[in-house]
Design a protein around this ligand. Structure first.
Ligand code: NAP
Length: 243
């Protein structure tokens, strides 16, 4: 039995990951903040623990990891979907507070979750840490989402450092970097209309947005034995968008 904690399991991109984990031999921690509806269907499963926490500081990150380990007895992997876009003004208009906010939710708190998880993994001499970045980092983010892009770039820096430092402890650290997926994240947080979505999809070499199932398969692979020699990598899943 493997032990996996999914942070921000209530995110839309994580939705296809959960059924796949249930098919495997996993004891699963599902963290959520406000959207209990997304994880509620799994509440009765014996191998699932729901963890509610609206992260507002480092101690919340520690609490999520500790609560999971207390229940599961161990942690083999953490998958961190946590991310947010709180400001969509052009970078010429952006203010310091916006940048700080984006940095907290896209770099600092994901990093803190990993920081606390790796302490338990070190005791076992094995572990997997998988962050979720964004493929748009490759092109400097977006003009109206620069704080988000800068923060995800910082997260990718942490992937490299942590991978190098934790390799002797048998802990692999990677990130999945999705390209364009037609989710509420894009529609609501980036404020994209139907037309914007069609225009955006036309720019992708494969001429379609990604399917959530494709993120789920990538995540499951990165947790599998077969991915045991991969560390420090940013696995881009974007249909060739940022080539
Ligand atoms: N959608 C895309 O096309 C796309 C592309 C590239 C990268 N990504 C990345 O993929 C990840 C998931 O994105 P998504 O599209 O699935 O977005 P989403 O559905 O909006 O998910 C955001 C997640 O963050 C959680 N969250 C937000 N604020 C929180 C807080 N204060 N404390 C705890 N949790 C908090 C939300 O919890 P609740 O819902 O429970 O409140 C939710 O689980 C993000 O890291 C995003 O940057 C997405």
């Amino acid at each position: 039995m493997k032990h996996v904690l999914v942070a921000a399991a209530s995110s839309e991109l994580a939705s296809e990951v959960i059924p796949k984990l249930l098919d495997g031999e996993y004891r699963i921690g599902l963290h959520y903040s406000s959207n209990k509806k997304a994880v509620e269907p799994y509440e009765e499963y014996e191998q699932v623990k729901l963890i509610q926490c609206t992260i507002a500081g480092e101690s919340d990150c520690a609490r999520i990891v500790d609560e999971y380990v207390e229940w599961a007895g161990s942690i083999d992997s953490i998958v961190i979907f946590l991310g947010n876009i709180s400001c969509t003004c052009h970078w010429e208009e952006i203010e310091k507070e916006h940048l700080v906010d984006e940095y907290l939710f896209n770099a600092v708190y994901p990093f803190m979750l990993a920081k606390y998880a790796q302490r338990y993994m070190k005791e076992k001499g094995a572990g997997r840490i998988l962050f979720v970045s964004t493929a748009s980092v490759r092109r400097g983010g977006g003009s109206t989402t620069i704080g988000y892009g800068m923060a995800k770039a910082a997260l990718e820096c942490a992937v490299k450092r942590m991978a190098r430092d934790l390799a002797p402890n048998g802990i692999l650290v990677n990130a999945v970097a999705p390209g364009f997926f037609d989710t509420q994240f894009n529609r609501k947080r980036k404020g994209l209309t139907e037309e914007d979505v069609a225009e955006r999809v036309a720019m992708i070499p494969l001429k379609r947005g990604g399917k959530k199932e494709e993120i789920a398969s990538t995540v499951l692979y990165m947790l599998s034995e077969g991915a045991g020699f991969i560390t420090g990598q940013i696995i881009t899943v974007d249909g060739g968008d940022f080539l």
